[in-house]
Write a protein that binds this ligand. Structure first.
Ligand code: HEC
Ligand code: HEC
Ligand code: HEC
Ligand code: HEC
Length: 415
């Protein structure tokens, strides 16, 4: 089933709405702490820039390069960029063999592409219908709900959920009906179930198989930028802060929620009764969320894991030396002139601009490295962030983490 979710997702590349949301990235104007680009836009670029010709996502796509759907890229932005950079010579080889030009990017496009690659790591392993069938009994769903004609009649039949390939429909419905359900459970003395690990995809896999659904209805990748707005519009911000900014009634949600999108919806469900009680206390009506809004909100919360910890310019100086960038590049006029001066090229003023141009110029650099006998510099873990912090510190201006603009200022009240 996961395969189909991803096919749908990749196909969105062609059919999605043309929302080319412009976002401030890496130090341009912006109110947001995380502006990693739009994963939906990134899924279009993945097809549009030809990545899909060589790379499959869960078995769908080209086979020349590795399948990128393995959750390998579940790491911060600059680390993903580092992985692409490290494999650049390997790709270059195939580009030449197949006479494909290296796809070039604008920093904004690169941000979206990387956020799409990151998004691929957010999907759960495929649901297991047999495990789901067990959960459906153990969690008491069957006591109240019928599926394929079997089960209780206290709640509505769940057959209609079998058309949805994306578990977001199920979780949005659980959120919408959650309060009424909790009351019924209390009245019937059924313990309120909680969800962990892969429970939600497993349950959906069972509902799909038992309900005989054949249609495939998808939700496009959530837009974290829109999710950030919803966080204020739906009044979450009145109780939750994001890295210290916002309400203090519930926990701070910046960096706190680890795991896939479905795990995060599970956390929300699990804490539902406590949240509703607090909402009632403060006169806040429980906000209703459509599937799309749920996707946007959850991806906003998910994307905090995507922000790089700030690079360290001191360590970056060592990386710069170790990787021998100085064999060819000068910094502020000091050093070799084989390549451009990395502290004075005007456009290299944000982390995203630096990684984007490294990718765009990689073919030429590799040629020169072969000439100059420099091994291809492999960047691991936080090295990319450190290296870039060093380069930016040489420009004299303050350094900023990739994807981040200023400290967050979640707006209060309705905009
Ligand atoms: C012409 C074929 C081709 C195209 C087009 C291509 N790649 Fe690759 N890619 C490869 C090959 C081959 C490798 C493995 C290289 C190696 O082993 O060093 C690779 C490796 C990678 C890796 C590292 C994967 C890992 O498992 O470590 C990433 C990430 C990646 N490519 C992303 C992209 C993106 C994003 C695009 C589109 C902008 C793209 N590739 C376009 C052939 C291609
Ligand atoms: C004690 C009875 C009870 C149990 C147990 C229960 N539900 Fe419900 N459920 C209800 C009731 C009642 C509603 C309708 C609430 C309303 O009127 O808004 C509902 C609504 C729903 C809905 C929304 C249906 C719609 O079409 O709007 C979904 C989805 C759902 N339940 C799934 C589940 C799942 C999955 C489980 C097991 C984890 C479960 N329920 C356990 C009673 C229960
Ligand atoms: C009236 C206050 C209030 C509002 C409004 C509110 N929450 Fe909560 N939320 C809480 C409280 C309190 C908890 C913690 C319950 C606990 O951990 O005991 C919580 C817990 C959570 C958790 C689980 C955190 C964890 O670490 O397990 C998530 C996720 C969450 N809320 C998301 C949201 C979202 C999204 C919104 C807006 C749609 C929202 N909340 C609106 C009070 C609120
Ligand atoms: C063997 C020589 C060589 C080495 C080593 C080298 N580069 Fe380069 N680099 C070049 C050349 C030549 C260009 C210009 C390529 C072109 O014109 O397409 C370039 C271009 C760049 C650009 C784009 C500049 C622009 O104008 O947008 C960046 C950024 C960059 N290099 C960063 C690095 C970093 C970081 C390292 C160390 C990890 C490094 N380079 C190592 C030769 C090198």
């Amino acid at each position: 089933m996961r395969r189909w979710i991803v096919v749908g997702l990749v196909l969105f590349a062609g059919v999605g709405p043309g929302a080319g949301v412009r976002q401030a990235v890496g130090g341009h104007e912006g109110l947001s702490v995380l502006l990693p680009g739009n994963p939906l836009e990134g899924s279009r670029l993945f097809t549009g820039k030809g990545c899909l010709r060589c790379h499959a996502v869960h078995g769908v796509g080209g086979t020349t390069g590795p399948d990128l759907g393995r959750g390998l890229l579940n790491r911060p932005l600059l680390e993903i960029a580092g992985v692409m950079w490290n494999h650049s010579p390997g790709m270059e080889h195939v580009f030449q063999e197949k006479r494909i030009a290296r796809p070039k990017f604008e920093p904004q496009e690169m941000a979206s592409l990387l956020s799409f690659l990151y998004y691929l790591g957010s999907l759960d392993p495929p649901g297991d219908a047999a495990a789901g069938a067990r959960l459906f009994r153990q969690k008491g769903c069957q006591t109240c709900h019928a599926l394929a004609g079997k089960g209780g009649s206290v709640g509505p039949e769940l057959d209609k959920y079998s058309r949805y390939a994306s578990p977001l429909y199920l979780t949005a419905a659980l959120w919408k009906r959650g309060q009424a359900m909790a009351e019924t459970m209390q009245a019937q003395r059924v313990p309120r179930p909680t969800f962990e690990g892969n429970d939600i995809p497993d349950l959906l896999a069972f509902i799909r198989s038992a309900g005989g659904g054949t249609e495939r209805v998808y939700v496009a990748p959530g837009n974290p930028k829109r999710g950030e707005e919803l966080f204020t519009e739906k009044r979450c911000v009145e109780c939750h802060s994001i890295r210290g900014h916002g309400g203090k009634v519930g926990p701070d949600l910046g960096m706190r929620l680890k795991g896939s999108l479905m795990r995060i919806t599970g956390f929300m469900w699990n804490k539902g009764p406590k949240m509703w009680a607090k909402m009632a206390e403060r006169g806040i009506t429980v906000p209703s969320l459509t599937e799309v809004e749920m996707a946007d909100l959850i991806s906003y919360l998910y994307f905090f894991q995507f922000i790089d910890p700030p690079g360290d310019a001191g360590r970056g100086q060592l990386v710069y030396r170790e990787k021998r960038c100085g064999t060819c590049h000068a910094l502020r006029g000091v050093g070799e002139k084989v390549g451009p001066d990395l502290a004075t090229v005007e456009k290299l003023d944000t982390p995203l601009a630096v990684i984007t141009e490294m990718w765009n110029h990689a073919s030429k650099m590799e040629e020169k490295m072969t000439e100059e006998n420099v091994a291809w510099p492999v960047l691991k873990g936080g090295e990319t962030a450190d290296l870039i912090a060093h380069l930016l510190s040489m420009r004299g201006g303050p350094t900023q983490p990739a994807g981040a603009a200023k400290e967050p200022e979640p707006r209060r009240g309705r905009p």
